[in-house]
Design a protein around this ligand. Structure first.
Ligand SMILES: [Mg+2]
Length: 99
């Protein structure tokens, strides 16, 4: 995760894009990239979409994460820590069914 974060932040900073990256526009960008991901599935079954568009699906998934990492950086949030905290919360909400 740290390698991904450093690569993304370095890419942004080399281009001096940080001043343009406010929380609102980064959140909008995450949503837009999620919709680009969805476009791959429109009017297709899951199997068809994965067969026809696997590379693009991968790239849109990466785009979502790239913007998410930049939003976390902007808000000074440790994304890995927040994911682990949320997974603990999810585990309490959805306990493993025994038997
Ligand atoms: Mg995209």
């Amino acid at each position: 995760m740290d390698n991904i974060r450093k690569t993304i932040i370095n890419f942004r900073d080399e281009r001096n894009w940080k001043p343009y990256h406010n929380e609102k526009d980064l959140a909008i960008s995450i949503s837009l990239e999620a919709n680009e991901l969805l476009e791959n599935f429109q009017w297709k079954t899951s199997d068809e979409a994965v067969r026809d568009s696997e590379q693009n699906i991968k790239e849109e998934m990466a785009d979502i994460l790239i913007y998410l990492v930049q939003l976390a950086d902007k808000m000074d949030i440790d994304l890995e820590e927040e994911v682990l905290k949320k997974m603990k919360k999810n585990a309490l909400k959805y306990p493993v069914q025994k038997g």
